[in-house]
Design a binder for this molecule. Structure first.
Ligand code: 9MR
Length: 460
């Protein structure tokens, strides 16, 4: 039978429904056509494509039409910041933030929370505080806002722009910094306690290549990981002219190798090479499996904070620009798959994506391991969850059996004993300790099949 694009879609839908009903396996079979919106195109590789939006513009139907059609992740451009949410001390007002949140959630989109602590856009009363009074006000702010939005935020920018420009990778001076160097980790701990399911990000600008500032942040993330300070992601704002520096992808990759997700959080590109620049950024993210998505900082050129520079994907009338087409084409050309990412509704003609979750092994009593697979013809990404038993862990090993012909090509947050056959995966320093009943994740990717990995876990 000759399958039309329509009948392939139907077959995919049927298999998805059947698979969901069976509970264990989700199979999405490819359709013949490229995705026609940024969000759908990004979802093909498990990524999102988002925009920062303003509550005051939601009544503009051109604006809201583009937002609803194109993007599957939303950031509040200003409405969730400290000056907007806590105008008086301990007087919280979520009107604007909730409008953005509801606009997103009611239209099936996720939300990046921006930003819990920042030296700018603080309410006047906080600007006037210092020392332990400011520290407790700041931590209270993190706790209250993250609690209000608990369970509804994909990722929070917990701390924004805390590193200096031109200070050899050091911190920026600010009232928050003067409360003590540990203010950032205190904020991350408070955010984790308030909303354990939100990914917690550090977000900054001028960090797009390997430079002193990005290296300062890199060292902080590495330190946080080694000491168990909860951090899940790093945001690269990427306010650019013409395009990113040549080592943009290398820089994203070095952060990802620390065991955090990376995200492009505020992308806008001015200059005559804008369309190429957007393609370069998109391709770099697609090439890094832990680059989970891209957000542009505004919708139309007339919405941009960079007045007169026209740095966005839609012109002031809401028409798609060349930059839009170059992003869409780059997304449709595909890339690495995000482990555990959104599989989306469309895949390319040649790809079959299978996501399976193996139930946890019975374990030794010390710990259990389960694997979640994202596999296609010829390769896979495996994400392994290690869960401690009632005594907790101070070191662990997970054993997997790779089918014959399968070779591991990379791994993260672990060290593997080999690349074929029976492989023992050991903890690294920063995920050695796992509290009773708590979990940590590591992953590996490979070529070949991924049937029957059967992970088993033991304390080490
Ligand atoms: O786009 C935001 C603009 O509307 C505000 O006036 C400005 C206030 O500082 O903040 C802009 O967003 C910033 C973001 O929150 C953090 N990174 C830099 C962004 C552009 O200035």
């Amino acid at each position: 039978m000759k399958l039309t694009s329509r009948s392939v879609s139907l077959a995919a839908m049927v298999s998805t429904v059947l698979a969901s009903a069976l509970g264990a396996t989700l199979i999405v079979t490819g359709t013949a056509s490229a995705a026609t919106t940024l969000g759908a195109a990004a979802a093909q590789t498990g990524r999102y494509f988002g925009a920062a939006i303003a509550a005051g513009k939601l009544g503009d139907s051109t604006y809201t039409g583009i937002v609803n059609r194109e993007f599957n992740m939303i950031t509040a451009e200003n409405e969730m910041k400290w000056d907007a949410t806590e105008r008086g001390r301990n007087q919280f007002d979520y009107t604007g933030g909730d409008r953005i949140l509801n606009q997103a959630l009611n239209n099936g989109k996720r939300v990046r929370g921006h930003a819990l602590l920042w030296h700018q856009q603080q309410p006047g009363w906080a600007q006037g505080l210092s020392g332990s009074d400011l520290r407790s006000a700041a931590i209270n702010h993190v706790t209250q806002v993250a609690t209000h939005y608990k369970g509804k935020i994909y990722a929070w920018d917990v701390v924004n722009e805390a590193f200096a420009d031109g200070n050899g990778g050091g911190r920026r001076d600010s009232n928050l910094q003067r409360t003590g160097n540990d203010w950032i980790e205190a904020a991350f701990r408070a955010a984790r306690a308030a909303d354990p399911n939100a990914k917690l990000c550090y977000n900054d600008y001028n960090t797009d290549g390997v430079n002193a500032k990005s290296t300062g942040i890199y060292n902080m993330v590495r330190d946080f990981k080694s000491r168990g300070v909860p951090i899940d992601c790093v945001g690269f704002q990427s306010h650019l002219t013409n395009g990113p520096p040549g080592d943009y992808q290398t820089n994203l990759q070095r952060f990802a190798a620390l065991g955090v997700d990376v995200q492009i959080t505020e992308l806008d590109i001015a200059g005559s090479s804008q369309a190429n620049g957007y393609a370069t950024v998109t391709k770099a993210c697609l090439a890094v499996s832990r680059c989970t998505g891209i957000t542009v900082w505004g919708v139309r050129d007339s919405d941009s904070w960079r007045t007169g520079e026209n740095p966005l994907l839609f012109d002031s009338n809401g028409n798609k620009k060349a930059a839009y087409t170059s992003v869409l084409n780059a997304l449709n050309a595909g890339g690495t798959t995000v482990p555990g990412g959104d599989p989306g509704t469309t895949t390319t003609t040649t790809t079959t994506t299978t996501t399976t979750t193996t139930p946890p092994d019975p374990g030794s009593g010390d710990c259990t391991a389960s694997v979640s697979l994202n596999a296609w013809n010829g390769g896979f990404v495996a994400t392994v969850k290690v869960t401690a038993g009632s005594s907790g862990l101070n070191g662990w090993k997970v054993t997997t059996s790779l089918p014959s012909g399968t070779t591991v090509t990379g791994s993260w947050s672990t060290s593997g004993s080999g690349t074929t056959g029976t492989v023992v995966w050991s903890n690294v320093d920063y995920n050695r300790a796992v509290g009773a009943g708590q979990s940590t994740e590591f992953g590996f990717q490979g070529t070949g099949g991924s049937d029957g990995l059967s992970p088993t876990c033991a304390a080490a």
